[in-house]
Design a protein around this ligand. Structure first.
Ligand SMILES: [Mg+2]
Length: 386
């Protein structure tokens, strides 16, 4: 079997959902999805396809590494080049699964579990009081989720929500003052009270704190027994993350903006986080993320992937989650958009009772409805053109 074509399309998803279709002379094709590569990832895939046409689509790891090393000066360690390769890689896994008639998890070593626990990312505004927060949490629980995540990074909102109190704050400064700290703790208290024992709660501060502000927050949140506190400090300084982690019993989670095993190595071997969260359709794909999870498992670090992709990228991620022992929970980012259920040919929610069941369908096991998906076409992009 030989690759005959590599085509792309893009939809307006969380930013852009970039689709990669790989066709073969056997008439079998595979579809991959990648996120956060931007329009530059489309250009990169179009540039790389001359290296792929005529090649064996089953040699997935070797093709990935050949293209990565061959373009190492163009960004072979992180960023759009890796995300472009990720879209290609996921399409190759879908293709190989379909060609062999097996689900991707069988090719990744088989399943540790039949269903994948999913948490819902939900919107809690800094100004909300308990009644409003209760309604947000009830909506999540009614949908069957047993885990949720809220954002409490108030830095960007402080001027709007201070209601005249406190000292004017520079939005670029990482120090949380007393007002901001107390408001973050109050939001978490309201959400955990509303959730009770029905849902685990994770909290994201999007890298917006300095070390002492982060430690103070993490310690004051210990009594809520959170699933985790996400990226309390900027992630590029592993020593800073480790300092926060070592100062608190609140689990610290990070990794949504790291790429490849190389990007996670220091974080893992320095044991600078309690939980890691690679974005699988962005940071290297299925094979790479399985290796990242395996490295983390040596240190008993759980694997809880970040995810803003469509049902197809989400299901691709679920195959990896099934194939590693240290999987914890996978993200879901689409509480309020029809896109989630309309763009697949199945027209059903792949999440039921807060879990994704793995099927025995070949490949990724979820198909794109191209007619519906095209209604969301990203402006200025082509649609699976040669
Ligand atoms: Mg985050």
């Amino acid at each position: 079997m030989k690759i005959t074509a590599v085509k792309t399309a893009a939809t307006l998803g969380h930013g852009m959902h970039l689709w990669v279709k790989i066709e073969t002379d056997a008439g079998i094709s595979g579809l991959g999805e990648c996120v956060h590569g931007g329009v530059q990832a489309i250009a990169i895939i179009h540039e790389l396809r001359r290296h792929l046409v005529g090649r064996d689509p089953f040699a997935i790891d070797a093709l990935f590494e050949e293209l990565r090393r061959g373009h190492v000066f163009d960004g072979g360690f992180a960023g759009a080049l890796i995300t472009a390769l990720t879209g290609i890689e996921i399409a190759l896994w879908d293709l190989k699964g379909k060609a062999l008639g097996v689900p991707v998890y069988e090719l990744l070593g088989g399943k540790f579990r039949d269903s994948i626990w999913v948490y819902a990312d939900c919107q809690v505004e800094p100004s909300m009081e308990f009644g409003e927060i209760q309604r947000v949490v009830e909506h999540v629980l009614e949908r069957g989720f047993t885990a949720l995540k809220i954002d409490v990074d108030l830095g960007a909102y402080t001027h709007d929500y201070r209601r005249g109190g406190g000292i004017p704050k520079d939005r670029f400064n990482y120090t949380a003052d007393a007002w901001e700290h107390e408001r973050m703790v109050a939001l978490v208290e309201m959400v955990t009270t509303a959730a009770g024992k029905d849902a685990a709660v994770a909290v994201d501060v999007h890298t917006r704190l300095d070390i002492s502000s982060a430690i103070r927050l993490a310690r004051d949140l210990e009594r809520f027994h959170l699933l985790w506190l996400e990226e309390p400090v900027p992630p590029e300084n592993v020593a800073a993350m480790r300092e926060v982690k070592q100062a608190t019993s609140t689990p610290i989670c990070t990794g949504e903006n790291l790429y490849l095993r190389h990007g996670f190595r220091e974080l893992i071997v320095q044991q600078a986080a309690d939980i890691i969260m690679p974005d699988i359709p962005k940071c290297g794909g299925l094979s790479e993320c399985r290796k990242i999870a395996n490295l983390a498992e040596l240190y008993y670090i759980p694997f809880a992937p970040h995810n803003v992709s469509s049902p197809i990228g989400t299901m691709a991620s679920a195959h990896v989650c099934a194939s590693v022992p240290n999987f914890l929970v996978l993200e879901f980012h689409w509480l309020h958009r029809d896109y989630w259920t309309t763009i697949t040919t199945e027209k059903t929610d792949i999440i039921k009772d807060g879990k994704i069941a793995l099927s025995d369908r070949p490949g990724i096991g979820v198909e794109l409805d191209e007619t519906v998906a095209r209604q969301y076409q990203y402006p200025g992009t082509t649609w699976f053109a040669d």
